[in-house]
Design a protein around this ligand. Structure first.
Ligand code: 8YV
Length: 317
């Protein structure tokens, strides 16, 4: 196909290289030109751009959508689409798709790994061996048992359920909060994160980001979790009040935290870096070859389906 006949796509994030390869094989790709150049290349291409390929962390605001008169679809490589102004897209009849389900296992695995890492002090233990502290000082301070403990899940969606099923295998008692109680969930429901936090040892956050959940986990919730409680966040940094969390960790209001997501990624508050009772990972919830491939197939498949006039594989609800 002549280069000029190709459908033009704007990427709104640095995408996984194999995903970029698929895009480049099928479309003319403008790789983040709206962010990277002085505006002229983007202004020239904008009237022809018919699709945006975004990631879970991408920002696709109303202002960007307004600059693209031919935009038909935003395909998100990720389950979360809180960075996309879905209302602005809908007003123009622009489709928005994401990659649900294919990453449920991966994110749930990481949530359990973080519960174990922070409670059993795994990262600290690794440092203890490498630094020679074991030989010098003898055994490490004791950790907290996970099996049989009480787990609270904030957001019992597809991934939340996958976390709950794993936790059952650890003999944990499970409770949850979400906007509404789920008839199909066999676990006790709490109407607020604060009420849930008061009853659990581990509070795992896996609720969508966006305005509705901004700073849902605040100083009050952390105080309710208490000095023996641990917070795990595999959702979005925006869901936790990061400054309140730093204070709670420093003051011993809670026992520890394991965080895969942050308010201003990739920047992480320096206070967190200095704390031993914190495990930090760089937004790796879905980051395995297997799952990223499945996400790429789905995100690319949505674009293919759209431009072939077929039903979308996974439109946002
Ligand atoms: C990212 C995510 O999309 O699925 C989500 O919502 O946050 C992640 O899977 C991924 O890091 C790609 O950037």
């Amino acid at each position: 196909m002549a280069e000029t006949d190709r459908i033009e796509v704007l990427t709104a994030a640095k995408l996984w290289p194999p995903m970029m390869e698929s895009l480049r094989g099928a479309f003319k790709v403008h790789d983040r030109t709206h962010q990277s150049d002085d505006g002229t290349a983007f202004a020239a291409a904008a009237p022809r751009i018919r699709a945006i390929a975004a990631s879970g962390e991408s920002k696709v605001p109303r202002e960007l959508i307004a600059q693209l008169p031919k935009l038909e679809i935003v395909s998100v490589f990720g389950v979360g689409y809180d960075g996309v102004d879905v209302a602005a897209a809908r007003e123009r009849g622009i489709a928005v798709t994401h990659t649900p389900n294919v990453l449920n296992d991966e994110v749930a695995d990481l949530a359990i790994a973080l519960v174990l890492a922070v409670s059993r002090r795994l990262i600290e233990a690794d440092r203890y061996v490498r630094s020679g502290a074991w030989a010098a000082n003898g055994p490490m301070p004791l950790a907290r048992k996970v099996s049989g403990a009480r787990l609270g899940i904030v957001g019992l969606g597809r991934i939340g359920m996958a976390i709950a099923r794993r936790a059952e295998a650890f003999g944990m008692s499970i409770a949850y909060t979400s906007r509404n109680a789920k008839a199909e969930a066999p676990y006790p429901y709490f109407a607020s994160a604060e009420a849930l936090a008061r009853e659990v040892d581990f509070l795992v956050v896996i609720t969508p980001g966006g305005a509705g959940t901004r700073k849902l986990i605040d100083a009050k919730v952390l105080a309710a979790l208490g000095k023996k409680g641990f917070l795990v966040n595999v959702a979005r940094g925006s869901v936790v009040d990061e400054q309140a969390l730093v204070s709670a960790l420093r003051d011993g209001t809670i026992a520890g935290a394991a965080l895969d997501v942050f308010e201003n990624e990739p920047s992480v508050p320096s206070e967190l870096l200095a704390l031993d009772n914190v495990v930090l990972t760089p937004h790796i919830g879905s980051a395995t070859w297997q799952t990223r491939q499945a996400m790429a197939d789905l995100a690319f498949g949505n674009l293919e389906a759209h431009f072939a006039g077929k039903p979308l594989l996974s439109p946002v609800p």
